[in-house]
Design a protein. Structure first.
Length: 369
């Protein structure tokens, strides 16, 4: 799924060098003008569990590790409580070392941040030109661009010096991924035109073969987050992976003591738990395929995904269904704010028991209509 004169999505794959000027999703063809309109919309985030007690919800609207934080993360946070009485290390030495080992890069290529959103905000302060994105995608690229006075547009395969092309890989809300070689091809084209490419790898742990953190260079920067993989949205742990001169420039703008003690300890322990992260990704793949078959049995068309969520088109308006699910304690993500039809839901992949409950509720609601 892609907008652009040179890039778009077909059957869940990014195709390079095709002269298409439309957005295709589930057979729906939208004009370039419609896509630009969608790019200007304000999108609502998932994970809004603060209507009452958060524990009352079965939340399919946020794409987080369904079991919650791993045991080692809980232990790390408990250990860090002894450090909250001190100001954090401004150089973030332990966190930088841990994140560098996780990303497979030298330490001078890493800057820890207070969450992925902070990383996105920081890298968009480096230039003054347009911020060009593919649609549909995560709203924060356009929103942070506006905050920093940068125009937002849709990338049509062309940019000018000073522009930033910003993409998510895997993409949100589709879950589709671009291969490493395709990304490097895009980078070559963007650089030749005087632009920079920034890749958001918030979901890369689910398809690490597509990652480009080891390829960062002039005009190729990666931002990432541990939020989804470790289920720690309340801690705020992200990073920028970039050429050392970019990291040095960003660090000068960074607020002091940006990384809290809990995030620091988790980052420092990351290198010792890489196998567990890979195992979680393997479990997600099995759950995702089973969940995909269950949703398909309800008549939904499922977009190919390499992330921990699925985009499902039920071929009928799901607004009322989402409302009834909420009344029953289940949150789902409608996608009309992404510019997609009301028939489409984005659904996190959770445990088999939790997925089964959603399928049961959907069957009851859909068949009663």
């Amino acid at each position: 799924m892609f907008v652009g004169s040179t890039l778009f999505w077909v059957r869940g794959r990014c195709v390079v060098g095709v002269g298409e000027r439309h957005l295709r999703c589930f057979g729906i063809l939208l004009s370039r003008e419609d896509a630009v309109l969608f790019g200007g919309m304000i999108m609502i985030h998932g994970g809004n569990v603060w209507e009452g007690e958060p524990t009352r919800w079965l939340d399919f609207s946020a794409n987080l590790r369904p079991e919650g934080p791993p045991d080692w993360v809980v232990e790390a946070m408990q250990a860090a409580l002894t450090d909250v009485r001190y100001y954090p290390d401004r150089a973030m030495k332990r966190a930088r070392r841990g994140l560098a080992a996780y990303a497979g890069t030298p330490e001078e290529y890493i800057l820890p941040t207070a969450g992925g959103a902070a990383a996105i905000d920081m890298v968009l302060q480096q230039r003054k030109g347009r911020v060009l994105t593919f649609q549909p995608t995560f709203c924060e690229y356009a929103e942070r661009a506006a905050v920093h006075g940068r125009p937002h547009g849709i990338w049509q395969g062309e940019c000018v010096p000073g522009d930033t092309v910003f993409l998510a890989n895997p993409n949100n809300p589709t879950g589709t991924a671009i291969t490493r070689n395709e990304l490097l091809t895009i980078h070559q084209r963007v650089t030749a035109q005087g632009g920079e490419l920034i890749v958001d790898e918030a979901f890369i742990d689910f398809c690490p073969e597509h990652g480009v953190s080891k390829d960062v260079q002039t005009n190729l920067t990666v931002v990432g987050s541990m939020t989804k993989t470790l289920c720690i949205p309340g801690v705020r742990l992200g990073y920028v992976c970039a050429a050392p001169d970019v990291i040095a420039a960003l660090e000068k703008r960074m607020l002091p003591w940006s990384l809290c003690a809990l995030a620091t300890e988790i980052a420092a322990r990351l290198p010792y738990h890489l196998d567990e992260i890979r195992q979680d990704a393997a479990v997600n793949r099995v759950r995702r395929e089973r969940f995909k078959k269950q949703l398909s049995s309800l008549g939904a068309e499922i977009q190919p995904s390499e992330a921990n969520f699925l985009l499902a088109d039920f071929k009928q308006d799901m607004t009322d269904v989402a409302r009834v699910l909420k009344e029953r304690g289940i949150l789902v993500r409608t996608c009309n704010a992404f510019g997609l039809p009301g028939s489409i839901l984005r659904l996190a992949v959770k445990t088999e028991e939790q997925n089964n409950r959603l399928i049961h509720e959907l069957e009851a609601i859909l068949y009663a209509r």
